[in-house]
Design a protein around this ligand. Structure first.
Ligand SMILES: *Cc1c(COP(=O)(O)O)cnc(C)c1O
Length: 373
């Protein structure tokens, strides 16, 4: 009897690194350096090197990273920021949190990332920044987005929360725009054991602003240069992330192998499989297929113990939280169609071929049932 298969399996990963994690926790606890300290500085240096970025600033979460990046770019009340509606709500919440207005553009029907051809028409005199999301681990088309941004003097803030190590033309997420935001939420490709995030950038001025803002606006203990925030990265989380970072390359390789295996095994079943832009090398935070009868397929997979999920069923422009922006169903047709049809299949580095075969077998059987011969 086949066992149940989760969407992600954090316990399976912990089992492979238990000693390193315990040593990292012990190191922090035994020195009682719970706030900032050497583990935070070391993690920032190591993650900056991993991305190939000049600077990394650890912060409390991916959401905090987005909010502080916007503040560092001096985005505030009265400003507009262009982003996508097919993403986790934190992308837009950060824009709202700084008092600016999210402006949603539609996505590319193949990659599900921001469609650069729609940017020009979304720009107004109030536009200050663009936040492309590297959704599911695939970088957005940054050269085209940057070209429009440069022509209109706009900041480009990468939402790289799902894209640790992903590349466009060989260059890593975190270095593709003016400033980038990472989440280390436990289920992300590099996950902490609680909330954590980081900002990376090649611009010293932006890094300096985020550094100041995350820690109550201070450089010195008792001198607060600006009213800031309590949004530091937790030191225990930084220590855990340091223990995990050396494994990230192998975990990404495992995800890529499983994604290629899904591509092969799912071909010809009637599902729309993920499309990758020629210049992109994704890190497969999620492996997302499409099928018109998504809800029935999801329910049946879940009934069989297969932890498929949906990212994301209700686009941001149609969320109650953004009703005041006045969008209507039909405004973002590609986004709405993908939201209705997308299905995330189980994928995590420790997944075995046998587990993946079980997911594929269930899909094959269910797709045969639903196909009108
Ligand atoms: C996870 C995620 C965030 C928010 O990160 P948190 O660490 O949970 O605050 C933002 N954007 C995207 C695309 C995400 O997937």
């Amino acid at each position: 009897m086949a066992g149940s298969i989760p969407l992600v399996d954090l316990q399976a990963q912990y089992a492979t690194i238990q000693q390193e994690i315990e040593q990292a926790l012990q190191r922090v606890i035994s020195t009682s350096q719970f706030i900032m300290g050497p583990d935070v500085a070391a993690f920032e240096a190591e993650f900056a090197a991993y991305c190939g970025a000049a600077h990394c600033v650890g912060v409390a979460s991916g959401t905090a990273a987005l909010e502080l990046a916007l503040r560092a770019c001096r985005v505030g009340p009265g400003d507009e920021v262009i982003t996508v509606a097919h993403t986790f709500i934190a992308t837009a919440e950060a824009i709202s949190a700084v008092g600016a207005k999210p402006v949603f553009v539609d996505i590319d029907p193949d990659t599900y990332n921001l469609d650069p051809s729609l940017l020009e028409q979304a720009i107004t005199p109030r536009t200050r920044a663009i936040i492309p999301v590297h959704l599911y681990g695939q970088p957005a088309d940054m050269p085209r987005i940057l070209a429009v941004a440069r022509a209109h003097d706009l900041f480009v803030i990468e939402d790289a929360a799902q894209a640790h190590g992903a590349t466009w033309d060989g260059q890593r997420a975190g270095t593709l725009g003016d400033i980038a935001c990472f989440s280390f939420y436990p289920g992300k490709n590099l996950g902490a054991y609680g909330d954590a995030g980081a900002v990376t950038t090649n611009r010293a001025d932006l890094a300096e602003q985020v550094r100041l803002l995350r820690n109550h606006g201070r450089r010195d203990k008792y001198v607060h240069e600006v009213p800031g925030f309590g949004e530091r990265i937790d030191t225990l989380q930084a220590a855990i992330l340091r223990a995990k970072l050396p494994h990230l390359a192998a975990w990404t390789a495992a995800r890529r192998r499983l994604a290629a295996r899904y591509d092969q095994l799912l071909a010809g079943m009637g599902l729309i499989l993920p499309q990758v832009a020629a210049a992109a090398d994704p890190v497969w935070h999620l492996y997302v297929v499409r099928c018109p009868d998504r809800d029935a397929l999801l329910a049946e997979l879940n009934r069989r113990g297969i932890g498929a999920g949906v990212h994301y069923p209700l686009p941001l422009h149609l969320q109650p939280a953004y009703a005041h922006l006045g969008y209507r169903a039909g405004d973002l047709p590609v986004t709405e169609r993908v939201a209705a049809e997308c299905l995330s299949l189980p994928l995590y580095p420790e997944m075995s071929d046998a587990q993946q075969d079980q997911v594929v077998a269930a899909l094959r059987e269910l797709m045969l049932q639903t196909q009108p011969d």
